[in-house]
Design a protein around this ligand. Sequence first.
Ligand code: CA
Length: 392
Amino acid sequence: MILRTILVFALAALTVSEVNARSLNSCVAGLKKQAIRSGVKRSVANKALGNVTYDEKVIRFSRSQPEYRTPIWDYMAFLVDPERIADGKAMMQKHDKTLRAVEKAYGVDRYIIAALWGIESNYGRHHGDFYLPHALANLVCARRKSKFFRRELIQALKIVSRGDVRLADLKSSWAGAFGQTQFIPSTYRRLAVDFDKDGRRDLVHSVPDALASTANYLRNAGWRSGQSWGYEVRLPKRYRGASGRKRRASLTTWGKRGITRLNGKRLTGRRKGALILPAGRNGPAFIVFSNFNAIYTYNAAESYALAISHLSDRLRGRSGIRKGWPTKDPGLTRAQRLELQKRLIKAGYDIGEADGRIGPITKAAIKKVQKKNNMKPNGRPSMKVYKLLGGA
Ligand code: CA
């Protein structure tokens, strides 16, 4: 009892951040020991986990997953924009030999591999804003999926201990995905390959390693050579039948339900697919096959798998999604998001520098614009807001 009183008294004298820092320090010390016990080099563990400080941003990110909160039309407008299509075509040309070699070795469509690369890291340009060891240490110590992130952290340090990449290369997403195709460390250990044969599996610096590892991942996830992910279809008027990624049926069955190709051609055949309606019955409809599910496993979100699939079509030179998304206020491309920020600054909103990323500060400014114009203040970077600010 006395002990407890003393403890409470002592804690009261500290500020909240000091308490956090102390518990973080002892937690990180425990993590270090555990990493070394599991086979991580002592020098790597000490260097990786020195000076870990509380990171509010990583905790905040761990609470919201954009795939689930963003309307699908925003998500698609942002991920599959004209810039990413043009960049992808150029990068596919530049790495044509590698992509073809990877396609041949793994039997995975090179357009899908390129699309995944383009969305995960903007074709190798953006690897993440966090330093993996510190981000994951924060998540573990804040008890956010501790067991999972502890394992991933230790796996990452093993990758460094083995000499595949250096600590400085561990720039990652808040959740510890890193390299040009954003593998989480355990997946990296399991499926990364050394395609350029230099003795290291380096998904950070080596394009061949990164692309081949993605192909290897997809092959393991059940990719079927020569098959497509799916295609857009047309629903009959007032369709009320089955839908959903897991409700698979033969093409003939879908055909009997009145679903056709865009050109009106009837669906027939024994091949099984599922009908997905990412924005409900009034939006675009797609029949997806097992390769769509293989892509889905990369990030466990249908919107994500659709973005990759659609981008691969665009890289192949196919046209966009025919049916419009059911909204009167479409989403913005990356260029438009950047322009929106510039216009907010011009209009006198203090949002710092325009970087094209819509964080909490930009959202707060958008809310003000929306309020002024009698719109629902949700902070969404939409076409209406863009036009209100004079965007063309
Ligand atoms: Ca290599």
